[in-house]
Each structure stands twice: as C-alpha cells, then as structure tokens.
Design a protein around this ligand. Structure first.
Ligand code: SAM
Length: 273
C-alpha cells in the first residue's frame, strides 16, 4: 500500500469529515485497480466526492447546531426542530414535520412502536426520532452528522446516539438486535460503492423489520420511472429470509417494510393413525 498517497487523503481538509475507514477502503480499491498511484489518487478522490456528496455542508451543519441549541433551551418548538432538519438534504425532503409524523405513523402502524431503532447511514434523521421520544442508534460515515446527533442528545437527554462507521467495513453494521432498522435512501448508494453490497447489507441486519426507502425523483425533481425501477430491484434482491410487510410511496420516496419471514413449522413425521 502506498502510504504517502493514503496519508495525504486521510489528512486532506476535504475528507477530514469522512470516516477514516471509508478513505482507506476507497484508496485500497483504487490502488488495486490502477497501476499508477497518481491515477489511483484521482479515482479515489472522485469516488470519495461521490460518496460523501453534498448532503450536509459545513455551513448547514453549523446552522443546524445553532437551531438545536436554541430548541433545547427554549420550549422545544417544532419550528426550530424543522429548521435544524432542513439543513440535511434528505430530511429536508421529508418536511414539513406533520408529513414526517404521518410517515412514521404509517411505518409504526405496520412494525408496531419500536423500543429500539437502528438507523443505518442516518444523516441527521435520529434527531427527528429522538425529539419524538424514540430510542435510536445511528451509523454514518459523516463525522459532522454524527456530531450533530450526539450533540443533540447531550443537550436535551434524548435517547439517541450515533457512531461514525462505514457499513461496508467490518463491524460497520451493529450485530445487536433491534426492532426496526432504517435503511433510508441507502441501498442504491451502497450498490454504487460496491456491487452486491446492498443485498449483503440487508442480510446482515439483525432486526425484526427493515424499512428501506428509495428516491423516486431526480435531483431536478423529475419523476422518470425510478419507483418502478426500484420496485423491480427489490423484487430481484429480497432474500428468502425477508418478506414484504408493506409498501407505499410518498411524494419523493418509495418505502418497503420488510419483516423476517415466518418459517412454517415442519410437520412432525410419525404414524398416521
Ligand atoms: C441520501 S443520505 C440519507 C440519510 C438518511 N438515511 C436519511 O434518509 O435521512 C445518505 C447517507 O449515507 C451516508 N453514507 C454513504 N455511504 C455510507 C457508508 N458506506 N456507510 C455509512 N454511511 C454511508 C452518507 O454520509 C449520508 O449521510
């Protein structure tokens, strides 16, 4: 492994917010693919840019922290919570808060009210769930998102926590048991990072229910048949260990609620008298 290039990537201001395991994983894949370290470096930077995207800019993270601080010291007004959630591209799309309340109402009608939620590639979504009283563990490669979730928990005592980890690295998906695992707008991202990773991640989750969502509109807001595409994808990739307990579409997302398949009890063989 070329330590010089890797060290430069790890120390780069651009990626200091990204989980170091992700930087190492991407560098190793690019180094294996390209003969010249320079080409590997260029490819690694492009890949890292694609993974980290612009879900949460530093300015938005700072503004989010300000709103959450005010929310905790004032009377926890919904307007400030919405202001904070607006700062991440994914939670912004689910606002207003009454739409988020309706969304989770719909999900929990199917799963039952969960005692423990796992939120994989969480962004700042655990802040919404924590503000509504849910116990949530989040995982994300963005140190900024993880810092906001943990800062929020520290400021108001909400039962949420987040860890900075990569779902494609060993130990990235917690093996503890959860009632519901959220994989919101995640599976296409994982598949882009490593072929076959989305289905493997679903198989690795230890939860009674998985809630997976897919975007149904392009970044420009157009509806170009993405819902049908992802419905086909799910039908092709769902393992025998899970079945669909419910599916619905909101304005921007297609949701699947997957439950563990019930195994038919094997009939006892014996005398038929
Ligand atoms: C489209 S956003 C979705 C955020 C959140 N699930 C939601 O829907 O509100 C994708 C998130 O996945 C995270 N992410 C991307 N690749 C990841 C990986 N390999 N492991 C953990 N998190 C990842 C990004 O940092 C980003 O926060």
């Amino acid at each position: 492994m070329n330590r010089d290039y890797l060290d430069k990537l790890l120390q780069s201001k651009k990626y200091r917010d990204v989980c170091p395991d992700t930087v190492r994983r991407v560098w190793a894949a690019c180094e294996a693919k390209y003969k010249k370290p320079k080409d590997a470096d260029k490819a690694a930077r492009e890949a890292l840019h694609g993974i980290t995207g612009a879900f949460l800019t530093p300015a938005d993270a700072a503004a989010c922290a300000d709103s959450l601080r005010d929310w905790a010291v004032l009377e926890r007004p919904d307007a400030l919570l919405a202001e904070a959630l607006r700062r991440h591209a994914s939670t912004r799309e689910r606002l207003p808060l009454r739409a988020m309340d309706a969304l989770y109402g719909r999900i929990f009608d199917i799963t039952g009210k969960p005692a423990r939620v796992l939120d994989l590639a969480c962004g700042i979504n655990p802040i919404y769930l924590g503000a509504r009283g849910h116990d949530v563990t989040g995982v994300d490669i963005s140190a900024a998102a993880v810092g906001l979730v943990n800062g929020f928990a520290a400021s108001c005592g909400a039962p949420v926590r987040a860890v900075c980890a990569d779902l494609l690295c060993d130990g990235g998906i917690p093996d503890k048991r959860y009632d519901v695992a959220l994989m919101l707008k995640l599976l296409p991202l994982l598949e882009r990072q490593r072929s076959g990773a989305a289905a493997r991640a679903m198989d690795a989750v230890n939860a009674a229910f998985i809630v997976a969502s897919f975007p149904t509109r392009t970044l420009g807001g157009r509806n170009v048949g993405m819902a049908a595409h992802y419905a086909d994808w799910m039908a092709a990739h769902l393992s025998a260990a899970r079945s669909v307990a419910g599916t619905f579409e909101t304005e921007n997302e297609l949701y699947f609620i997957l439950e563990e398949s019930r195994h038919e009890s094997v009939p006892t063989q014996g005398s038929v008298l």
